[in-house]
Design a binder for this molecule. Structure first.
Ligand SMILES: Cc1cc2nc3c(=O)[nH]c(=O)nc-3n(C[C@H](O)[C@H](O)[C@H](O)COP(=O)(O)OP(=O)(O)OC[C@H]3O[C@@H](n4cnc5c(N)ncnc54)[C@H](O)[C@@H]3O)c2cc1C
Length: 399
């Protein structure tokens, strides 16, 4: 049985960033990644908006705030050093009515507290930056950007492999046993023995954490985010990134316009309950996944509280006109015929038993196991710092 110091489950950006730091900073330690798909970064990391978030939204001092700030700086440095396309193009968060001004002011305060370079701007300045955006006032965040996260993952994997560390694809974890001095992980590609285990399994993170013996109170609820792309003749309607003022009750940012690093403008994502954890199409359905969600008391409590918002999101999913109306609040000239459907993503959102959505990153630890149980946006931006943090946690164990 192959033996390794650290076994990492999950070849998304968080697992890869962790392995990268280990391989680079601890040449004497062996590291192995097991990934269930045939290629890396096939789930959240390969299906997101590609935005380098500034950290403006998050509660000061939270893991999201701290890791986003440090992770963004590290990601920019990595991309610059490795010649990976990224662009600090700036973004605007737009209040479209006076009623949104207090929430906009709160975001601005958070930005200040988190050390984000941002400026409150009036309608005239907004129109200089985004001539087709509506809005009575906005926050300009010049340091927000866009990047190619899959390219980042390919390079991280290359750097990990160059140091002789192994990445096994098509190796879904089936069971995990802890013995006195080792952990045995059974995968479809064979068994692995490890001294330490790190799990970064995204949409399956709660299941894999439970397999590893961790008692966790939350469950992953999958929320699909659907996108459209602007046809070339409408792409002049957005220069960079145009975001609404988000609903403070939800961890999602609301449908927005995103310039893509390789050209084109994406619109979305909405946030619809998915009936399969890896259900990228509206028709995807898994009885096991759906039953697990619908019988979880945390989900039932969440649904009871927010059923109206949920129905609104579902309506925007089936009605293109409703989706366009949401976009028209930000850019009134957008028409249904400007949009073509694009690929969806599915967010892994941990929901606690009491019905609250786990807002912050959640990392649960035991003696030899570290489970990443909630790594929602901006975890791609923050990944290099999350990886560094996990490695710090490991080093306290082997000192
Ligand atoms: C629609 C959408 C838009 C987003 N936009 C942004 C954005 O603009 N900027 C940003 O910073 N973040 C964004 N995010 C969030 C970001 O994509 C995620 O936070 C990040 O990708 C999480 O990375 P991860 O490695 O934890 O998870 P994932 O990328 O989901 O990787 C988990 C991996 O674990 C593997 N795995 C699962 N189970 C097993 C098993 N049993 N055995 C082996 N392997 C297993 C999976 O196959 C997968 O490859 C967005 C997310 C979504 C869905």
């Amino acid at each position: 049985m192959p033996s390794t110091d650290v076994l990492i489950v999950g070849g998304g950006i968080v697992g890869l960033a962790t392995a990268y730091h280990l391989a680079r900073d601890f040449p004497g330690r062996s590291v192995t990644i097991v990934e269930k798909e045939s290629q890396l970064a096939q789930h959240q990391t390969g299906h997101n908006s590609g935005v380098l978030h500034s950290g403006i939204y998050y509660k000061p001092g939270s893991l999201r705030a701290v890791n986003c700030r440090a992770g963004k700086a590290a990601m920019e440095q990595f991309c610059a050093a490795e010649n990976i396309p990224y662009n600090i193009c700036g973004k605007v968060i737009v209040a479209v009515s006076d009623s949104e001004l207090p929430a906009l002011a709160k975001i601005y305060e958070r930005g200040q507290a988190n050390g984000v370079k941002c400026e409150m701007i009036d309608r005239e300045r907004l129109h200089e930056l985004e001539p087709h955006a509506a809005g009575v006032r906005a926050i300009h965040v010049p340091e927000a950007g866009i990047v190619d996260f899959p390219a980042v993952c390919r390079r991280l994997a290359q750097r990990i492999r160059e140091t002789g560390r192994q990445i096994h694809c098509e190796a879904p974890v089936r069971s995990i046993q802890q013995n006195h001095d080792a952990i045995v992980v059974d995968t479809l590609a064979g068994e692995f023995e490890a001294k330490y285990l790190v799990t970064c399994a995204g949409l399956q993170s709660d299941r894999v954490a439970r397999l590893s013996g961790q008692q966790i109170d939350s469950k992953i609820v999958p929320f699909r985010g659907e996108y459209f792309e602007l046809k070339p003749e409408a792409q002049h309607l957005c220069r960079n990134l145009i975001y609404p003022v988000p609903d403070p009750n939800f961890p999602f940012l609301g449908v927005h316009f995103t310039r893509l690093i390789h050209g084109g403008i994406e619109c979305g994502p909405n946030a619809v309950l998915a009936f399969a954890r890896e259900g990228y199409r509206k028709i995807d359905f898994s009885l096991a996944d759906t039953m697990e969600t619908l019988t979880f008391p945390g989900f039932l409590r969440l649904a009871r509280k927010y059923w109206r918002t949920g129905l609104g999101e579902m309506w925007r999913s089936v009605s293109k006109r409703a989706f366009v109306q949401a976009l028209q609040r930000l850019a009134p000239e957008i028409r249904e015929e400007h949009l073509v459907p694009a690929e969806s993503g599915v967010r892994a959102q941990a929901v606690a038993r009491d019905g609250t959505m786990v807002d912050d990153f959640l990392i649960v630890e035991s003696e030899r196991v570290i489970n990443v149980c909630n790594a929602p946006s901006p975890a791609a931006t923050a990944s290099l710092n999350i990886g560094r943090l996990i490695v710090e946690k490991l080093t306290t164990r082997w000192k």
